[in-house]
Write a protein that binds this ligand. Structure first.
Ligand code: PBG
Length: 323
């Protein structure tokens, strides 16, 4: 007669910690930072309670704090003033634009930190779209040209990784070729490979004032109903030269994270997006879920699903919780 008692492995904190299959380390986290023009500014984002937009000087302080916690990378987003938005990404390409200045300053002040940058047109677009607009169309190839120039401009400023979040066809190849041509052989590409047309980006669009002015993003971001299409997008990006592939959002797409993890050999990251953060914050504020446990449970599940890296607004709290 065989007797099996699985609860033996759950009997005490000691044994539970010994047999824990998944863990979370500070260096597996990526911290999104929102930067605005100005000085000594730190504005709370109303739909992201406890999260801030900061001017560059305050961003540098934050980057140092993040580094001291053991986190090794930040993902930069900038807010572009309305009067500088257009349909060509002019502001995005300026060598002394806010993004380019931020990259240089962070590289100089916190040299150990890996600087990743968002490459997409929506914060700079008068239409709030991730590409150049013609009539009702988001034009693919002309957008890829601008994104490639944007990536080169970020690399020139010192970004070690560019992170295209636009979902245009062929942009990874376009960016890789442009980086090579400009002599940036060491710049990494973290591709938002499977990015879904999700309601969970709402608070982020508030943060950057980047909501689409007409229509939606369904002609470029993916249909939440689709699974095989995610694999197709990821494999194309790897072929075109992506170093890291990303799935976004995270919690509603754990199955996609797992399938992608099984399919490719490159590191897989997942973005726990603004709406995922906001939901936990709101429920915790109401006293309906325990915030710390919700943070740990969701991020551990993202890791368990197969993500090597997680971009999350909870990164700092997580480091403290995992100590
Ligand atoms: C834009 C971009 C978005 C996010 C990251 N880059 C929003 C969008 O596609 O509309 C969302 C991040 C988040 O919600 O936390 N290219």
């Amino acid at each position: 007669m065989f007797i099996n008692r699985p609860r033996i492995l759950r009997a005490s904190p000691a044994i539970r910690s010994m047999v824990q299959e998944t863990s979370l380390l500070p260096q597996q986290l990526i911290v999104p930072l929102f930067i605005v023009e100005g000085e000594n500014l730190q504005e709370e984002i109303s739909s992201l309670p406890g999260y801030f937009r900061r001017s560059l000087d305050r961003t540098l302080d934050e980057a140092a704090v993040v580094y001291d916690l053991g986190i090794r990378s930040v993902l930069l987003f900038v807010k572009c003033p309305d009067e500088r938005k257009d349909n060509r990404g002019t502001e995005a390409l300026r060598a002394d634009g806010l993004m380019q200045r931020a990259i240089r300053a962070i590289r100089q002040q916190v040299p150990g930190l890996l600087v990743m940058t968002d490459v997409a047109l929506d914060p700079y677009s008068s239409y709030g779209h991730d590409g150049i607009v013609s009539g009702e169309e988001i034009v693919n190839d002309a957008t890829v040209d601008v994104l490639a120039r944007m990536a080169v401009s970020h690399a020139e400023a010192g970004a070690q990784f560019v992170a295209p979040s636009d979902m245009m066809d062929g942009r990874i190849g376009g960016i890789r070729r442009a980086l090579e041509k400009a002599g940036h052989h060491q710049t990494g590409i973290m591709s938002y490979s499977a990015k879904y047309a999700s309601c969970f980006y709402g608070p982020f669009r508030d943060a950057l004032d980047s909501a689409p002015g007409f229509g939606d993003k369904k002609t470029y971001q993916m249909d939440p109903a689709n699974r095989r299409e995610a694999i197709k997008e990821v494999l194309l990006d790897v072929e075109e030269g992506a170093d890291i592939v990303m799935i976004k959002p995270a919690l509603s797409y754990l199955d996609i994270i797992r399938e992608v993890r099984n399919e490719v050999t490159v590191p897989v990251s997942a973005y726990q997006v603004s709406g995922e953060y906001a939901m936990i914050k709101a429920a915790a504020q109401k006293g309906w879920v325990n915030e710390e446990q919700a943070i740990l449970e969701t991020t551990l599940s993202i890791r368990r699903a197969g993500a090597d890296l997680i971009a999350t607004y909870f990164a700092k709290e997580l480091v403290r919780l995992c100590r």
